[in-house]
Ligand binder design. Structure first.
Ligand SMILES: Cc1cc2nc3c(=O)[nH]c(=O)nc-3n(C[C@H](O)[C@H](O)[C@H](O)COP(=O)(O)OP(=O)(O)OC[C@H]3O[C@@H](n4cnc5c(N)ncnc54)[C@H](O)[C@@H]3O)c2cc1C
Length: 399
């Protein structure tokens, strides 16, 4: 490996960005590394935002101590949006208008994550999303004087927000148009077990019904009207209806994007290389080919960390093939850690093999083969299944 003049520029100072920078240094890269982020914060961790930060147990969730950047000779530029990429010239533009500045790179890494989808027609006050630490702190501050919260969308972040707000003592209604919470990701059987957990903790779960509109007075949300005509009073609404990859700054760059039906984001090969020379993408924004050649975009912490290590490895000159890791995801709701290992689909067959009324373990199968294991409060039983998943074990051998 030979270090070069301009070094590595990383766009997006979040988990993926900092992990690439760190792995490059620990792997011996001695050229310049510049980490450019649009937020006014050094890289921080997002999973605690809907959990310990919203619960008021934590304020700072920085991924590295302040001195890390100087000690590692990583130039961190916060509050600096990248507005354009010109692969033919190996440059990126930061800022716009008279403040625009051009940075040259030898290698570029895109790690810009996601942007939450807003609910159409939202009033200005009382409606929240949770993506950034500023979002989480604003919601926490407002929830201190609020009584009624409605969470729209019972995916993982919506379920966690409902759990945290309920734990803080608010009256919480969780609204989900699918038949159960988490049905899209984990199917209705697991969704039913998660519903039970929320109901046991006093959350009203309204599944199978959509939201018609947010009702407001003087631009402050006052209620959520459902498609069945019910109106639920709300002084706080949390919108958790999904997110979109942040790719607008690539307009005109020629860098190929993945089609929406394959998850969208930046199209990559199986080691994170994009369609442009010397440009990689990692994390939530990146749509990598699996080892089986299927374009896949994943929005999980562990996945981002694994991709960052692979990309750093390749920038350092490795040509290794990728070994498929078994994906892992967790979600904390009340005192239960939900853990998922593998490749679940909402349409898989789900076999609940252990359920004590609160904690559970379930195996997922497709075409007779184990595809995933999900558990609530059963870490050992989930994690021990990694080898069985890697080996595509017939489900009949496990039941
Ligand atoms: C509330 C919440 C809870 C979560 N909980 C879990 C969990 O329990 N378990 C789990 O596995 N995963 C969880 N996740 C997902 C996990 O945090 C993400 O997978 C991970 O943060 C992805 O890292 P990333 O680097 O791709 O993106 P991010 O961490 O989002 O970083 C991207 C950064 O790029 C910046 N950026 C965007 N555009 C530009 C630009 N043009 N110029 C410069 N900077 C730019 C963004 O502002 C952001 O700072 C959670 C996520 C959220 C939001």
């Amino acid at each position: 490996m030979s270090d070069t003049e301009h070094g590595v520029v990383i766009v997006g100072a979040g988990l993926g960005g900092i992990r690439v920078a760190e792995s490059l240094r620990s792997g011996g890269y001695s050229g310049p590394i510049t980490l450019v982020g649009d937020e006014n914060h050094p890289p921080y961790d997002r999973p605690p935002l809907s959990k310990s930060v919203l619960l008021g147990k934590q304020d700072r969730v920085d991924l590295k101590p302040e001195e890390f950047y100087g000690d590692s000779a990583i130039t961190l530029r916060t509050g600096t949006p990248v507005t354009a990429v010109t692969p033919g010239e190996h440059t990126v533009t930061v800022g716009s208008g008279g403040d625009a500045e051009v940075l040259a790179y030898d290698t570029l890494v895109l790690a810009t994550g996601l942007r939450p989808r807003p609910f159409p027609g939202s009033p200005a006050k009382g409606v929240h999303v949770i993506r950034s630490v500023d979002d989480a702190l604003a919601l926490r501050a407002e929830s201190a004087s609020a009584s009624n919260a409605v969470v729209i969308g019972a995916g993982f972040i919506g379920c966690e927000a409902a759990a945290s707000l309920r734990t803080r003592g608010l009256t919480v209604t969780l609204v989900e148009p699918a038949p159960t919470p988490l049905a899209v990701a984990l199917g209705e059987k697991i969704g039913g077990l998660v519903t039970r957990l929320h109901v046991a903790n006093g959350v009203e779960v309204r599944s199978g019904v959509g939201v018609e509109m947010l009702v407001s007075q003087d631009d402050q949300v006052t209620a959520v009207r459902l498609t069945d005509g019910t109106e639920i009073p709300a002084d706080i609404v949390v919108v958790g209806i999904g997110s979109t990859p942040v790719v607008e700054f690539l307009d005109g760059s020629g860098i190929e994007l993945a089609p929406r039906e394959s998850g969208g984001g930046v199209a990559c090969d199986a080691v994170g290389r994009t369609s442009a020379d010397d440009v990689y993408a990692v994390g939530d924004v990146a749509n990598w080919l699996t080892v089986d050649g299927v374009p896949t975009r994943v929005e999980h912490w562990n996945h981002t960390v694994e991709q960052a290590a692979i990309v750093a490895h390749h920038i350092l000159g490795s040509d290794d093939d990728v070994v498929a890791a078994v994906p892992y995801f967790w979600s904390d709701q009340y005192d239960v850690k939900v853990q998922v290992l593998g490749w679940p689909k909402g349409t898989d067959d789900v076999h609940v093999i252990d359920d004590d009324g609160k904690k559970f373990v379930a195996y997922f199968s497709r075409d007779g083969v184990l595809t995933a294991v999900a558990g609530g409060g059963k870490a050992g039983a989930v994690m021990k299944m990694r080898a069985k998943l890697q080996a595509s074990t017939p489900i009949a051998e496990l039941l």
